[in-house]
Design a protein around this ligand. Structure first.
Ligand SMILES: Cc1cc2nc3c(=O)[nH]c(=O)nc-3n(C[C@H](O)[C@H](O)[C@H](O)COP(=O)(O)OP(=O)(O)OC[C@H]3O[C@@H](n4cnc5c(N)ncnc54)[C@H](O)[C@@H]3O)c2cc1C
Length: 559
């Protein structure tokens, strides 16, 4: 990707066809779509790309089994439409970035025949709605086979399970792949730059955004013919920059996940717990050698901090333990994360659990600000397609055909499942490292290993127990606009989502490399490391976990 300095030079004070505010899944997808249609586009992100909701997902590519149940119960065509659209997008998301996605089988364990019948019929409808976009048909799995696949399940009264198939993806890296695709097609993307206010021409039409660079603390402006507000949970605040009296459209719902060692519940398939105490579903999903369990649903307000709390831990483990032969305890948790779902609803009394995960495009009549709100990760591409159709109309262009339905993202061109073996033979590296690099970076993994070829010291690990090497850190700073320790360890390398204590251990090495690459002095390097260590300690404290591991260390497979 272009360096931050190059982007800043080409963005500040310049004019664009389109300025997109927000670099999460939706903003990044809008940027790719608009750029591939030939528009001159700037993408501005306040924090890091994917640093808000888009790296806090359960990482499932799905139509939404729960939303289908709700649609059927409520006879709600809106919910039904959301499920069908997401099922169609599921296949596109899998096809467009194979190195970051995979099909995943889910088992729904059942302890009553009535329940088996109910779930089986529901999933047959799910299959039917998917039509030709179906991945594989759902089916009943008997008790013996269910226990063979999930030996940690509670046995008493177990009848069997119903199996169905959805997809799984690396949300943070998918977001980055979108930004990289945008950049490599000539787009300009800037992170750590917040839009602080908007200004208008003499007719009241939005013409300029003021942007505060969060790193240099300098401000600049960007002119554009059209502005898209893709700020997820912050959409109302940007809408009010354009029209201060406008009513709120979003309700925010926090969802938390905990990450556990795979040994607590060994399985290659995901488990869907069909009914939690608050009437939702909960997932326990194998995720890169860990078990990801979530999520919760609690209403929050804009600006609230989003952390995994002790209460979240109690709720999640409580629901999970209803299904396990050996209960999991909080001290086994190794990491966690939380995000806010941006849900579109004007009804302040409607439960967030019932709000459809639909999306809405709004054009503010005076300023012309286009806001895209709501939706899910699975539908990000379709949301972008609809938004850029509206942008083209605003620009007076004839809407062309959408280029993103079959556009393979950066890192996936030419990538095959056997790519990691090529890395092993070409670069003579260990299989676990090659596999991890191939799944995180796709074909760009070759560029990382070429760095090691030039400088052997870059092959050293940054944490003793995991195959993560210094070259990856150098690569993401030079090529992926990583500007902070968290940018590196969370979104780009995934360490923070895998092991909080491991991420804290890696902070000093990553801080030193960032300092050397970005020209920080000793004081800045040290204060960045200290701040990150305090941040991880705070995450542990808020979740009620000890700062140091108490029990025996778990096995450490690939990230
Ligand atoms: C707990 C949880 C689990 C989920 N699981 C799934 C799942 O398994 N599958 C699925 O399909 N979906 C899932 N979702 C939904 C999905 O994650 C979201 O719909 C999606 O990530 C929203 O993307 P976004 O781009 O709209 O928002 P965000 O990712 O929040 O992006 C908005 C961006 O705008 C930036 N921004 C805000 N204000 C400004 C400003 N003034 N200037 C510049 N930038 C600004 C923010 O920093 C942020 O990065 C889940 C959501 C949650 C919360």
């Amino acid at each position: 990707m272009k360096s931050r300095q190059t982007v800043l030079q080409n963005i500040s004070g310049k004019a664009f066809d389109l300025c997109i505010i927000g670099g999460g899944a939706v903003g990044a997808a809008c940027a790719v779509d608009a750029r591939l249609r030939g528009l001159n586009v700037a993408l501005i992100e306040a924090g890091d790309f994917g640093g808000a909701t888009s790296s806090s997902a359960t990482k499932i590519i799905h139509g939404g089994v729960r939303y289908l149940e709700q649609a059927l119960k409520d006879f709600d065509p809106k919910e039904y439409h959301v499920v069908v659209r997401a099922l169609r997008e599921r296949v596109r998301m899998l096809d467009n970035a194979p190195h970051l996605t995979q099909k995943l089988e889910f088992l729904v364990p059942s302890y009553s025949w009535l329940n088996v019948a109910y779930i089986d019929i529901g999933l047959k409808i799910y299959d039917w709605l998917a039509g030709s976009a179906r991945i594989s048909p759902s089916k009943f799995v008997n008790r013996e086979e269910t226990l063979r696949r999930m030996p940690g399940l509670k046995r008493d009264g177990l009848i069997g399970s119903v199996e169905y198939c959805d997809g799984q993806f690396d949300d943070a890296r998918y977001n980055l792949a979108l930004v990289e695709t945008f950049d490599r097609n000539g787009g300009l993307a800037l992170n750590h730059a917040r839009v602080t206010s908007l200004s208008f021409d003499s007719t009241g039409k939005l013409s300029t955004a003021q942007v505060a660079d969060q790193l240099s603390k300098q401000s600049f402006s960007i002119d554009a013919t059209v502005f898209v507000n893709a700020t997820g949970p912050a959409a109302d605040s940007v809408r009010r920059m354009a029209a201060p009296a406008i009513p709120r459209r979003l309700r925010l719902s926090k969802g938390a996940h905990v990450v556990l060692p795979m040994q607590v519940f060994p399985t290659e398939q995901a488990m869907l717990i069909p009914k939690t105490d608050d009437g939702r579903v909960l997932f326990a999903v194998p995720w890169r050698g860990r078990l990801l369990v979530g999520t919760t649903e609690t209403e929050v307000q804009p600006g609230d901090e989003l952390y995994v709390t002790q209460e979240d831990v109690e709720f999640i483990l409580g629901q999970l333990n209803n299904y396990l032969a050996t209960p999991v305890t909080p001290d086994q948790i190794v990491a966690g994360f939380a995000g806010a779902r941006p849900l579109v609803s004007t009804d302040e009394f409607e439960s967030t659990k019932k709000i459809a995960r639909d999306d809405v495009i709004e054009i503010e009549p005076t300023s012309g600000l286009i806001s895209i709100m709501g939706g899910k990760w699975t539908t990000h591409r379709a949301m972008a397609e609809d938004t850029i159709d509206v942008v083209e109309k605003s620009l007076g262009r004839v809407s062309g055909s959408c280029p993103t339905r079959h556009h393979v993202l950066y890192g996936s061109e030419g990538w095959t499942i056997g790519h990691w073996q090529e890395l092993v033979s070409t670069y003579n590296v260990a299989g676990d490292l090659a596999r991890r690099l191939s799944l995180k970076f796709g074909t760009a993994a070759n560029d990382i290993l070429n760095l090691v070829k030039q400088d052997e010291s870059l092959g050293q690990r940054i944490i003793s127990e995991h195959p993560i090497i210094r070259a990856e850190v150098v690569y993401v700073i030079r090529e992926e606009l990583a500007m902070t320790i968290e940018d590196v360890l969370a979104r780009r390398l995934g360490v923070q989502f895998y092991t909080w204590r491991g991420a804290r251990e890696a902070a000093a090495a990553v801080g030193a490399i960032l300092g050397a690459e970005l020209g920080w002095d000793h004081e800045q390097t040290q204060s960045s490391v200290n701040a990150y260590v305090s941040y991880i300690n705070r995450l542990l404290d808020l979740a009620g976990l000890p700062r140091e591991t108490s029990g025996p260390a778990s096995a450490k497979p690939a990230l």
